[in-house]
Design a protein around this ligand. Structure first.
Ligand code: SF4
Ligand code: SF4
Length: 211
């Protein structure tokens, strides 16, 4: 008798478990989907903005980035993921300025900690959400972030200074020559005066000696 009771009890628990499972399944059937059918939906794939896929430099419409090559991001990166070099360039106004030469980033060693982004004083960095980063060799994960050509105005050699007005140049030269001639004449006059004042004194000395 007790075995029949146990049997029906087990059947009841099985039915209850089945209904619980169907309840969960039914709930999921009407819940909005979060799973993406990648790569079929590649064109319409919605990746959240905060997803960190790859470090990039921010560029404006003119192709400028804001990195000044200070190296703070490199110093703060715990993995040595960032290696940058700088160079000296001459600006159009003739002044020299240190600028970023190469900004190398190794995606393979990045832990996406954001230390570089949050400590950059220029707000020059951000993470893209481009998650398709699969490559065949490890070295292809090392990327140059300043890959765009530098805008012309940043690297143009200094413009030559306009030539001086010839008349003004001739006047300056003439004034300089006149001044040099005047100084020379004054020196010669002073030397002659010194010589003439020294001659009588020498003559007096000779006379005294002969006496
Ligand atoms: S990205 Fe920012 S912190 Fe890094 S070198 Fe450029 S300006 Fe400095
Ligand atoms: S996110 Fe972190 S690990 Fe990646 S480059 Fe920046 S500082 Fe280095």
């Amino acid at each position: 008798m007790s075995s029949i009771k146990e049997y029906f009890k087990g059947v009841g628990e099985g039915v209850r478990s089945l209904l619980t499972g169907m309840q969960v399944t039914g709930k999921e059937l009407v819940t909005p989907k979060v799973t993406e059918q990648y790569p079929e939906n590649r064109a319409t794939l919605n990746i959240p903005d905060r997803f960190r896929a790859e470090l990039t430099l921010k560029y404006d419409e003119q192709g400028h980035h804001k990195c000044i090559g200070c190296g703070i991001c490199q110093m703060n990166c715990p993995n040595g993921t960032i290696q940058l070099t700088t160079k000296m360039v001459e600006l159009p106004d003739g002044k020299k300025k240190r600028k970023l030469d190469k900004y190398m980033y190794d995606l393979g060693s990045c832990t996406f900690c954001m230390l570089c982004v949050t400590t950059c004083p220029q707000d020059a960095l951000e993470f893209s959400n481009d998650f398709e980063q699969a490559v065949f060799t490890r070295d292809k994960l090392v990327k140059q972030l300043n890959y765009r050509p530098e805008p012309a105005e940043d690297t143009a050699p200094a413009a030559p200074k306009p030539a001086m007005d010839p008349e003004k140049l001739a006047r300056i030269k003439a004034e300089a020559l006149a001044k040099a001639a005047k100084i020379k004449a004054e020196k010669e006059a002073a030397a002659a005066s010194a010589a003439s004042s020294a001659a009588p004194a020498k003559e007096d000395t000779n006379n005294e000696t002969s006496k």
